[in-house]
Design a protein around this ligand. Structure first.
Ligand code: NCD
Length: 311
């Protein structure tokens, strides 16, 4: 049985196959509408979510399956003190696959150890978010036609932003990548990401504090929100929250085919005047999230696809 807990749980070849399947689904979604008939997805969300939970649910419904779950620790037995290990043992009796979001780093991994069904990490604290990464990879591949040979700028809260950690780990596996890490001093990428994902392979990276300085060199700009809920005090959040604001003026500094990604939700870090720029890819990302999660559910449930005709 396979789980998706860490972005590196799938090999590069497996990711390619999954993204190919997601592309086929995007081209012909109705061909997949009965694939998960009589299957159930449980969404166990102990933290707020809009896109991740609803795109998982939409994905399962699009495949003809059913969904059950909760959207907040308060409405589950976690409020009574139940452990994730016990919860997943029960959920294993009710569903065929589960997606878990939890504020504690490592909670989905712990759940996977006790589970009898595939477990998907839908975000664990400030740690990892592998399904957002699949969404990001699909969007980059569709926009740029490839996953290697790109210079990507990641901007904002690189310390607590779990989508950033997972994306760096994943993209580091492709050839000729360059990373420009744009953040205030206090919100730099954690040391373990640099020392585990980039440095051993001598992948070039720069740490900058100026977005303007980085802009002209980027093939992709990945903006992020400052993660208020992970700050120890509100004053630091207020001081740092508007460090980077991407607007139409700054977009003039960028290459004409740069793609702007953002996992969303945005707060102030991208102004509305960027939305109509053809380089803005963040709403496309939200759409791709459904296709990629359809592909992921099929892959983990071992439902094979032969060019749209299922067996
Ligand atoms: C992200 C997350 O939850 O980490 N959101 C998402 O899943 N699309 C990013 C964020 O909350 O800033």
């Amino acid at each position: 049985m396979r789980h998706l807990i860490d972005p590196l749980d799938f090999s590069v070849e497996e990711i390619d196959a999954l993204l190919d399947l997601a592309d086929r689904i995007a081209a012909n979604p109705t061909a997949y509408q009965g694939v998960c008939a009589h299957k159930k997805l449980a969404t166990l969300f102990y933290e707020p979510s809009t896109r991740t939970r609803l795109s998982f649910e939409a994905a399962m419904l699009n495949l003809g399956g059913a969904v059950l779950g909760f959207a907040g620790a308060d409405s589950s037995s976690a409020a009574k003190g139940e452990s994730v290990a016990d919860t997943i043992r029960a959920i294993s009796c009710y569903a065929d696959i589960a997606a878990i979001r939890h504020p504690k780093e490592g909670a989905p991994l712990r759940a996977a150890r006790y589970s009898r069904i595939p477990v998907i990490n839908a975000g664990d604290g400030g740690h990892q978010h592998p399904t957002q990464t699949l969404t990001d990879l699909m969007t980059i591949r569709r926009r740029k036609g490839r996953l290697g040979g790109l210079t990507i700028g990641l901007c904002g809260d690189l310390k607590f932003g779990r989508t950033v950690h997972s994306l760096i780990k994943s993209l580091a596996r492709y050839a000729n990548m360059e990373f420009v890490l744009i953040s205030p001093e206090e919100l730099r990428v954690p040391e373990y990401i640099l020392s585990e994902a980039l440095e051993p392979q001598h992948i070039p990276y720069r740490q900058l504090s100026s977005l303007e300085q980085a802009m002209p060199h980027l093939d992709i700009l990945y903006m992020t929100r400052v993660q208020r809920e992970r700050f120890f005090n509100e004053e630091d959040y207020i001081r740092l929250k508007d460090t980077y604001v991407l607007n139409a003026d700054k977009m003039k500094l960028a290459q004409p085919d740069m793609a702007v990604l953002h996992p969303l939700p945005r707060v102030n870090e991208i102004t509305l005047d960027v939305d109509d720029d053809p380089r803005a890819a963040y709403f496309e990302q939200a759409q791709n999230g459904v296709y990629v999660r359809m592909a992921l559910i099929m892959t983990l449930l071992e439902l094979t696809d032969q060019g749209g005709a299922l067996c």
